[in-house]
Design a protein around this ligand. Structure first.
Ligand code: ZN
Length: 135
């Protein structure tokens, strides 16, 4: 099976994503509704929240950008959390799946399943992906 169990450090990552959206939640003006935490192989964690105006960026995109700006290129695990009362893990959208597959195909992605949060490699979230000319 492609799914793996989450660990205690993954639970900490979930907490960090939850905390960043709780502190920045805004469903009325700017629609900041999702928080993301990205742990890199270095052990450092980078955070993001979604930003919207006419167009916008997902929380994952912002966290990935934050990591890259800090010299990171190898991602270990990423998770996005909805900031409303449900506190649910959000599986990444198609664009973020492509981005994670391009930047770090072996990155673990915490997704929501009927049996709770599980991990799956980014490359397995987007089979037959478009191959960007990055290699
Ligand atoms: Zn997305």
């Amino acid at each position: 099976m492609l799914l793996e169990e989450i660990t205690s450090s993954d639970e900490e990552l979930i907490s960090m994503a939850r905390d960043i959206i709780k502190r920045n939640y805004d469903h009325k003006k700017f629609n900041h509704t999702v928080g993301c935490a990205l742990r890199c192989k270095s052990g450092k964690v980078y955070l993001g929240i979604n930003v919207y105006s006419l167009y916008g960026a997902c929380a994952e995109t912002v966290a990935i950008s934050n990591a890259i700006m800090n010299g990171e290129s190898e991602f270990d695990c990423i998770v996005a959390i909805g900031g409303d009362r449900s506190d649910i893990v959000y599986s990444p959208c198609g664009n973020c799946r492509q981005m994670l597959s391009d930047y770090s195909p072996n990155c673990n992605v915490i997704i929501s399943t009927e049996n709770g949060p599980k991990k799956i490699r980014a490359k397995n979230l987007i089979p037959f992906a478009y191959l960007t000319p990055m290699d």
